[in-house]
Design a protein around this ligand. Sequence first.
Ligand code: FHN
Length: 480
Amino acid sequence: MKKLCMAAASALLLLQLQGQAQTTAPAKDTIPLVHGAHRTGNRTDPDMARWRSLRLGQFIHWGLYAIPGGEWNGKTYNGAAEWIRSWKEMPQADYDNLYKQFNPVNYHPEQWAQQAKDMGAGYMIITTKHHDGFCLWPSKYTRYTVAASPWKKDIIGPMVDAYNKQGIDVYLYFSIIDWNHPDWRTSLKTPADSAAYNRFKVFVKHQLQELLVRYPTIKGFWFDGTWDNSWKNDGAFSDELEQYLQKIHPGLIIGSRLRADEKGARHFDSNGRLMGDYEQGWERKLPTQFADIHGNDWEGVMTIPENQWGYCAKWAGHIKTSNELIEMLVKSTSLGGNFVINFGPKSDGTFRTEEVQRMQEIGQWMKVNGTAIRGGTYAGFDKQDWGYYIRKANTDSIFMVVCNVPVSGSLRVKLPASTTLTQASYLENPGITLTPEMIGAHEYFLHLDPQKNYQTPVVILLNTSNSTAVDNGRFEKAKT
Ligand code: FHN
């Protein structure tokens, strides 16, 4: 019997080790790389800890594409509205002249910041320059900026100030694709292309430097449009650029989209190690389970309609409800990631009703339940069908966010073996406790109030003891 127990214990240990090996970077790099990942594991500094604790972000796509709003000459573009310049029905010259109409007379950054604060956002990302190349700041390196529009004034500066005043961190989206710049290329076929692209890279570096000098309180860059061969075949440049930016602005946070290694691998280098400060590939999709994120910091970005980032007058297809977005936020937090919801303001500087409504509804939920989100992370408990567990990082407090109430009203809770449940109470009403019904070793039912008809996810706080010892939130539990 003793032998059997020891064999079982060794098998368990082996499985645990295998479980950890799946979630960490490879033990040994097999491919020698100069421009691969420069760090193993997540950043542990205060700037990154802050980013990780904020959890909910607001993305804003705003630019000239808001003027046509997905339509041109009475026809509707089927793609994402911010890509309309690439549609054959829209002459590029017409698009490139839209800057003469950019005049957002109802742009009030203080109102934007207030509504983001009310939604519960801890950070925001603004498109300083999307693929069209139009700059929302008066860059001295191109004439294609807001300074040439009837609005004339900087858009970014007042936005950074207004959001910062609300305690919201600002990140600058910057597209490497630049349809307006004569030297931008997708691939380099001739020496002339190479020469042009070398000039383009200098321009990119200058613009980024300029943004850092103009807006020194920003917390990071959000790069995009880095998938072309011209960019990904020069891993040395993106590596040096990242190091340069982080040197002149210590603490700067940059996701995995910027770089490629010298073999053209993006996000993860050729040895499978994450490049950049967090995994940035989760666009309009979320991981299913904790194993999917390999222990890395990550962020998911989501549109409210199917695939529209910039303003699109006619939303088609499924439009996500506030409850769906809340569930995605909860799921992301439960998997140790951040969740960013995108908004596409109109060209006059106002937001469409559907977006305002979602900001308000999410804000109402966050006001009551935000403490389960901010500073929340993976709990290490067995997932149940009613929803998601979230751990307050480095504590024994576990939140149960109930997104699907069973008809029985009974919520199954399975605790890890060494964990004890000391109390269960409603987050909204800490005075009201739930009496656990024991249904097995470490298994309970919590019975929800049968009279209640929940319209939004309800949150139960479990006070436990010794649950942090079970799992430090980094690794998925071993599969047994
Ligand atoms: O092409 C863009 C798209 O317009 C949008 O900006 C999204 C946001 O993540 N990024 C690109 C596609 O990955």
